[in-house]
Write a protein that binds this ligand. Sequence first.
Ligand SMILES: C[S@@+](CC[C@H](N)C(=O)[O-])C[C@H]1O[C@@H](n2cnc3c(N)ncnc32)[C@H](O)[C@@H]1O
Length: 277
Amino acid sequence: MAFGAQESFPVMRPAVRETYGPADLSREPVFAGGFINFGYWRGIDLKAPLGEAERVRSQQDLYRRVLDAAAPLRGQRVLEVGCGLGMGCALALREHGPAHVTGMDIHPAQLGRAREAHARLLEEVPRRLEFEQGAAEHMPFEDGAFDVVVSVEAAQHFPDLVAFAQEAARVLRPGGRVAVASFFAADDAPARDEELARLLDTYAKGLDIARPVTALTDALTASGLSGARAESIGPQVWAGWDAWLSRLWAPDTWPRNFLRAYERRILDYYVVTARRP
Ligand SMILES: C[S@@+](CC[C@H](N)C(=O)[O-])C[C@H]1O[C@@H](n2cnc3c(N)ncnc32)[C@H](O)[C@@H]1O
């Protein structure tokens, strides 16, 4: 099995190890259905009472938004980087007809949960779905192994976006596409790290890393991919996420500050796409 540029497996950062290990973020009531993302809130009335069905749909719709950005997937080999419990891999198989989906995650506990959650599906379609341990910066795959690379709400944790972009470019075949959804700082002003750490615990604790979205688009371009572009999906993410949070968290508690950071224009949510020429 061929590996990327680095010799040894990158060390998992302690905040990632804890959050997705013993703490098992997927069990937090603000997430639902095995997904761990803020959601893409389209066609959901945010003024009506929100229940688990709406919450799950928002998270599925974030996947649909990213998979549509990477389409067509029919008959394609798809890699998801930071797959968590693999709910998005199963959705892709169900709805997009790819030939094969590989869910990769750095955390072995997440992969254990994914294999358990999809035990039946793995038996039913043994040659179309698999879960593998690997880091975004060091992927355990051959050059050109995939037609499509996607990632949903994981890139905010990647310590090295340049290495991720190089690996994404390496494992894509010529003509392959990448689509990444995540949140980024609005620009690279030095004050952003502190501002975000003051507002948001996950930045203060080092789980999320403040970088502008251009750090990713520039890295994809420098890795030889073409047409790298970032589209803001903030309007479909932040208001819905905050409306959902308001059931459990009072105003001014830390997660409610995601919306505040967006309104202050220091944070936004993007879908980033590029193609290997
Ligand atoms: C917020 S969860 C998102 C999970 C899933 N994509 C979803 O939307 O439900 C982020 C995932 O990224 C994984 N992750 C964090 N850093 C990573 C890295 N450097 N390489 C690969 N996966 C990573 C975590 O273990 C976690 O499962």
